[in-house]
Design a protein around this ligand. Sequence first.
Ligand SMILES: [Zn+2]
Ligand SMILES: [Zn+2]
Length: 251
Amino acid sequence: MRLTILGSGTNIHPTRAASGYLVRTDHTILLDFGPRTLANLQKTGVNRHRITHILFSHYHADHFSDFITYFFDAMIFTKYQGGTRPPLTVIGPRGTKKFFRTLFATLPGFTQAPFAVHFKEVSDRAFMIGKTSVIPRTVTHTQNLHCLGYRIEYGGKALAYSGDSQYCDSLVRLCGDADLAGLDCSFPASRPNPVHLHAGQCGQVAKEAGIGQLVLSHFYPVTDRYNVREQAGEAFGGKIVVGRDLLTIKL
Ligand SMILES: [Zn+2]
Ligand SMILES: [Zn+2]
């Protein structure tokens, strides 16, 4: 299994794309699809038309907005350029079907794509994509919004992704004994925010979950001015990677 960070920043950031991750198992899967991650996806050399599954943690724009550009391009490719692509399955939290129904009914042409598109709402139950096991888990982010973290298991390895999350037991369980956890490190420990983890809490989750390596990501611009590795390292003694766009980690 290979993880490539497509975006390690947030909505507006001078040097980093927003949230997006490419996971390569027996399938090519995207975790979130925030602004500027599509441009980074192209830089990976992966054929974007071979992506079969997109998993969303939630629909804040910094995790979602490049989907619109991606899908529009897929329509042009299949309708007017003679291209073909496999069916696309879009998976996300409660509200996913309603969200896309509204979006597709509003954006010109979106309901007339010449390839199959499936929308699937998931909660806390594991499912398979081919030989890849996916375990979604509800995490706490903002009030009244269903947000998911995902655990992906393939070839005897486990990768956990927090999505956006506060510190919560559910997140610790999601990450339990994972080989790698990519966590929402929006802010430094000295500048905490109520709806995101800070670097110190990322270290705490990593320690409590007993993970192999911690990947810090989803940085707000202010966070780049602080030593988040050191802050996370106060609790966690394992390997800590400060995420950057287009970094690939093999598991
Ligand atoms: Zn969010
Ligand atoms: Zn976010």
